[in-house]
Write a protein that binds this ligand. Structure first.
Ligand SMILES: [Zn+2]
Length: 345
């Protein structure tokens, strides 16, 4: 490159000068802006008078940077904004579980330094994370991100759908996953027993029985169902019904469904992790500092374009729209309303 410009006799910034400019001017500006943004978010949260509701997600394998860095991102769910970032170098990380927990610990230390209460945390189902939260943050509610719970359930349903005489499960997969999202979305206070009662009503619903479920949740809340039916009802006692009921009521479901997050989902963090690529393309490798500030730039961009439209409704009335993308091999995702990106300030 430099040789090319020399040939043309066009003055060009050298690599050293470029790096010096980055270190002296660009990085301090990003740092200052990020500090200000974090402080402004904390002030806004204090005026809300509630503790933080955070969602955390770690990526040990940020696409394209797998050899070097993992990113742990914390989003504040009232604001729908990235509030904390931890970049962990791969030589520090023993494995992805370690990265997940270490990222969370560092984020929480950092957030606590602002003197705010942590009211609720949404994470995936890493056992080490659940144990640490239980032991160290006893005043904080811990919820599981529905996307992760749905992913595990989806795999089980797929497996069953492939066995003999069980193809009906394939037709029902989307409805079953939708019901999982609905159990949480329709229970804004996160009452574990109510969420589980709603979940169990599915065992009746799939048989075409819509009332007499339980004291807590006696009948289905859907309106009249379309006739003729797109998919058949299950029949009591048949192999496929028995096997499906086993999955719907197994130990994991009993635990996971009671802890489903009625708050915003960490799925929006998925989008953030792909935004990082926009600021730190995979074909270039970066030093720690260079990567660190590029990740922060990505957060500033995402925050500018998220805000209240994407934050969850405090009343809990907002409907979650679940869609099944082909790119994700039919895995469920939550669709947020999107607005055109801006690059202000
Ligand atoms: Zn029903």
């Amino acid at each position: 490159m430099n040789r090319f410009f020399k040939y043309l006799q066009v003055p060009f910034v050298s690599k050293t000068a470029y790096e010096e400019h980055q270190n002296k001017f660009l990085f301090p500006v990003i740092d200052k802006k990020w500090q200000e943004e974090q402080e402004a978010m904390m002030e806004e949260l204090k005026t809300l008078g509630e503790g933080l509701h955070i969602g955390g997600d770690g990526r040990a394998d940020s696409p394209g940077h797998s050899a070097k860095y993992g990113t742990y991102t914390t989003m504040e769910l009232h604001l729908g904004k990235v509030i904390n970032l931890q970049l962990v170098q791969s030589n520090e990380a023993k494995n992805s579980n370690w990265m997940e927990l270490e990222g969370l610990k560092r984020s929480i230390d950092c957030l606590k330094s602002y003197g705010v209460e942590l009211d609720a945390i949404v994470t995936d189902r890493h056992r080490s994370v659940a144990k640490w939260i239980r032991e160290n943050l006893q005043e904080t509610k811990h919820y599981f991100d529905i996307w992760h719970v749905a992913k595990g359930l989806g795999k089980k349903l797929d497996k069953l759908g492939q066995t003999q005489d069980c193809a009906l499960v394939k037709e029902w997969k989307k409805s079953i996953i939708n019901h999982l999202y609905w159990c949480a979305a329709s229970t804004p206070d996160g009452n574990p027993e109510m969420m589980f009662a709603k979940w169990l009503s599915l065992c009746n619903h799939i048989l075409g029985v819509h009332d007499g479920h339980s004291d807590l949740f006696p009948k289905c809340e859907h309106g009249p169902l379309a006739a003729p039916r797109e998919k058949k009802w299950f029949k009591p006692g048949e192999k496929v019904t028995v096997e499906l009921e086993k999955i719907l009521t197994d130990t994991w479901r009993k635990k996971d469904v009671r802890q489903l997050s009625p708050l915003g989902q960490t799925s929006s963090l998925e989008g953030f992790h792909s935004t990082i690529l926009h600021f730190a393309p995979k074909h270039t490798s970066f030093q720690y500092k260079g990567m660190h500030y590029r990740v922060i730039l990505a957060a500033l961009h995402v925050n500018e374009n998220s805000g209240r439209e994407r934050a969850y409704e405090r009343s809990g009335e907002k409907q979650l729209t679940v869609y099944f993308s082909k790119a994700k091999k039919g895995e469920p995702s939550v669709r947020w309303e999107t607005v055109a990106s801006t690059y202000g300030e």
